[in-house]
Write a protein that binds this ligand. Structure first.
Ligand code: MGD
Ligand code: MGD
Ligand code: MO
Length: 756
């Protein structure tokens, strides 16, 4: 619920181009609401500048390689403004409201109180958060951590916002303490991409950069709502369209990015309202139908190759890959009927997509959560790689796999050591350079941590950013798990649900945001981040901190580490004085970070070397490996629907800016479920009729949401969609992919009935 509380919901299909004046208007409204009409625009002009600006804390889309000076988007601006708000939540606020009272507030109201200003400790006697000094807060953390029987009784969560330097210190602290329990938000978004590409190509990351996007002949965009979640991709799509590249969107929903756009920094077009198309073909598979679709595209390419040898890049396949014959046999053995049934796409349409692929010299396949948050996410990403390998779309300009990462530094977090399954070679180097003995056994990921807290095996939860209580699956189960803890520590910028769903002892440690100046003994500090395309660059804050009592994330980590490890030989204090010292250590531990301090100061930063890009494959065979997984059955059983949870346009994960979802034509409504009109008719439902939604988990247990409003939408039959995090109530804790351990958030089995 937001400020629009009580306003009538509306649904009017959106027919305007993405971005354009609609975005400009929405930004202005937001700046007015946050009272940021002066500093807001000034900060926006500093964002994503080569050299000197701060990195947009929004999504991980890379900055323009040409050093464009206004490559920003509506949602990035909202995100920055959200952090820069003038509102504050200080000790008076906490003195005025008990935690029980605050628990009844909406999530919007909590964050809307503004920036946290000083460390707070939960007082169980009064049910209030009370001020605590930084030294006392650190001492409390140190005391509880030192008192554990086993370092594995603590888990250290990261949300993908944390800069590289803080990330490195954080994982160093966890491993020096003796655990690899490093759950992160990536466990919920791109774990499948990492595992699949690691197995196929020996790298967990995409191999292309923005230059490749500028050169490619065909772009395939799977399962991403780019206009809302990676809006700067619109620029790349419009530019690709203008130079006659072909663009195929694969999504059960026809999202705004699949139609046309007016790029906000394209002033002439803004003034004349001239939109550029951003797609040539829309393919609407059923939810989970992508793997069958890609198999079909591969089958069509292989069929063509019988008469047209140029359909395949035989030389590439022979020199660089293994497993081709088996994959070809599998494609031949998979019937068109099965492909059509499982994908939900007519063979003619699959052939149309395959033809665009086959006729393009260079293709890029890009994807996000619509592909990964599934039981068979790993198999699907591998199928995508198979398709790319058939035509040698790897290791050359304008071609390759391009996952769209989520949080602005989620990729950097993994690079810099946030990994509950670290490679042995990384641990060796970390141990050698940092003089510690890192634990070897794998740690817990997000789902594993929740289950372990529930069993009482993990007693301390530290959250470096994020909003774990709401972002994780199975909301009541996760809440109960957090409440089992001896201590929960949340390092945050704003008040959120995770502060109210806490352990027996609890701390809120407020930190500097990315837009703010970070002064340490060694002067003004900068931190580095890595974008979706492996570019590492510096981010420097430019605003006065929201409160003089805030500490930087590196300082908070170092404070906790010193308290928990009083005899540690790690120079925690010295690291915090000057982040160049952290970077010097990182340069010795991390592959591709040599000469880090110099290279990160180059105007556009530097790109981490990508072995697969150079056709060097760190796989068992030393080649790119085709996979041969059988197609899963994703067709919902009669009477049930496959439900995908997703974001609205006006939200950032658990942060809800308003109840509108402009591009989907929705106003004043979040408790909705998008349904196919036929599926609604079958259930006797009209627009905005109230329904109860029941999910059935793998173990047969059920979970319910009541009185959601049905909205007829252009979505394949048997499919449904609605918003996270409200719908996380329906995600069973046990329903994670056996391939990636990722919670299944895009393919819930549900029944929908009119509310009683
Ligand atoms: N403004 C804004 N930007 C963001 C975020 C935000 O919340 N707000 N979140 C950030 C984060 S952490 C992430 S991970 C990304 C998420 O970016 P997205 O992946 O765009 O996130 P979702 O909103 O979950 O949208 C999933 C998309 O996949 C489609 N989809 C669902 N099921 C399927 C399927 O089976 N197949 C296919 N092909 N498509 C499917 C949905 O229709 C939807 O378009 O965005 C990042 N950027
Ligand atoms: N059902 C369902 N659930 C999902 C998803 C889905 O598609 N469907 N998506 C999943 C995905 S992809 C992700 S990434 C997760 C997101 O999970 P999280 O990353 O845990 O959640 P966020 O909402 O991004 O975190 C917002 C909070 O971060 C804090 N914060 C903001 N800026 C900073 C900062 O600079 N420093 C620090 N320390 N804190 C800061 C603020 O206090 C804010 O309240 O949700 C997952 N959950
Ligand atoms: Mo994400």
């Amino acid at each position: 619920m937001t400020e629009q509380d009580g306003a009538e919901p509306e649904f009017r299909p959106y027919h305007h181009p993405a971005a354009g004046w609609g975005a400009a208007k929405s930004v202005t409204r937001f700046l007015v609401r946050e009272r940021e009409l002066l500093d807001g625009p000034r900060a926006i002009l500093k964002m994503n500048h080569e050299n000197g600006g701060f990195d947009c804390p929004g999504c991980a889309w890379p900055d323009d390689t040409k050093g464009l000076h206004l490559d920003i988007c509506e949602n990035g601006i909202k995100h920055v403004t959200w952090e820069m708000t003038r509102k504050r939540v200080g000790r008076e606020f906490f003195a005025a409201h008990t935690v029980t009272e605050l628990s009844g507030w909406s999530d919007f109201a909590l964050e809307d109180q503004g920036r946290l200003t000083e460390p707070m400790r939960y007082d169980p006697d009064t049910d209030h958060y009370v001020p605590i000094s930084w030294p006392d807060a650190f001492a409390l953390v140190g005391r509880v951590l030192s008192g554990l029987d086993d370092p594995g009784q603590a888990a250290y969560y990261t949300s993908g916002r944390l800069g590289n330097e803080a990330t490195f210190l954080y994982q160093l602290m966890a491993r020096e303490l003796g655990t690899n329990n490093l759950p992160d938000c990536s466990n919920m978004c791109h774990e499948a991409s990492g595992r699949a590409m690691q197995a196929a190509l020996g790298t967990g990351k995409g191999t292309v950069d923005l230059k490749d996007w500028e050169l490619t002949d065909a772009l395939f965009v799977f399962g991403v709502n780019a206009a809302s979640n990676a809006p700067r991709m619109l620029t790349a799509l419009a530019e690709a369209y203008r130079r006659n590249a072909r663009i195929v969107h694969v999504n059960p929903l026809v999202e705004a990015a699949a139609t046309r756009t007016i790029i906000p920094h394209d002033f002439a077009r803004m003034a004349t309202l001239r939109a550029t198309p951003t797609g040539n073909l829309n393919v609407q598979p059923r939810i989970g139908g992508d793997m069958a679709l890609v198999r079909g595209m591969a089958k069509a390419v292989l069929e063509q190759a019988r008469t047209d040898p140029k359909a395949l890049d035989t030389e590439f396949i022979e020199r660089h890959t293994t497993g081709f014959a088996d994959y070809r046999a599998l494609c031949e053995a998979t019937s068109w009927e099965e492909i059509e049934h499982q994908s939900g796409v007519a063979v003619a349409d699959i052939r149309a997509a395959a033809r665009i692929y086959r006729e393009a010299d260079r293709s890029i396949v890009s994807w996000c959560l619509g592909i990964t948050q599934h039981e068979h996410g790993v198999d699907t990403v591998r199928e995508i790689v198979n398709l790319l390998l058939l035509r040698g779309n790897l290791g050359r300009e304008g071609a390759g796999p391009s996952p769209v990462r989520g949080h602005s530094n989620v990729q950097g977090n993994r690079t810099c050591g946030i990994d509950h399954r670290p490679a042995a070679a990384f641990l060796d180097r970390l141990g050698e350079v940092c003089g510690i003995t890192p634990p070897r056994e794998h740690g817990l990921d997000t789902v594993g941590t929740i289950e372990a807290m529930h069993r009482g095996e993990v007693k301390v939860f530290v959250g470096m950013g994020g909003n774990f209580a709401l972002a994780a699956p199975d909301t009541p189960y996760t809440a109960a798990a957090l409440r089992e803890c001896e201590l929960t520590v949340q390092v945050s910028t704003k008040l959120n649900r995770s502060h109210l769903v806490h352990g027996r002892q609890a701390l809120i440690l407020p930190c500097l945001g990315r837009t703010e100046k970070d002064h340490q003994r060694g002067g003004l500090q900068s931190t580095s981040v890595e974008d979706s395309m492996s570019m590492v660059h510096l981010s420097v804050g430019m605003k006065r901190p929201a409160s003089p009592h805030l500490l930087s994330e590196p300082a908070i980590i170092a404070g906790m580490a010193r308290a928990a490890l009083p005899d540690s030989a790690t120079p925690w204090e010295s690291y915090v004085e000057d982040y160049d010292r952290i970077r010097d250590t990182m340069a010795r531990v991390l592959d591709g970070f040599e000469d880090f301090n110099r290279r990160v100061r180059l105007p556009l930063g530097f790109r981490i070397r990508q072995p697969a890009r150079e056709l060097v494959f760190h796989t068992p065979s030393g080649r790119a490996e085709f996979s041969t997984a059988t197609l899963p059955d994703v067709v919902p059983a009669p009477g049930t629907l496959a439900l995908g949870t997703m974001r609205s346009h006006d939200q950032w994960n658990t942060t809800i800016y308003s109840d509108d979802d402009r591009y989907r034509g929705i106003r004043n409504l979040r408790t909705l479920i998008f349904l196919n009109a036929e599926d609604m008719r079958e259930r006797g439902l009209a627009e905005f009729d109230e329904v109860d939604i029941t999910s059935t988990a793998k173990d047969g247990s059920t979970r319910c949401l009541y009185r959601y409003k049905a909205v007829p939408y252009d979505i394949p039959r048997g499919c449904a969609a609605g918003y996270m995090p409200e719908m996380n109530v329906l995600c069973a804790i046990g329903d994670y992919s056996t391939q990636s351990d990722q919670p299944i958030m895009k393919h819930l089995t549900v029944t929908v009935r009119p509310s009683a």
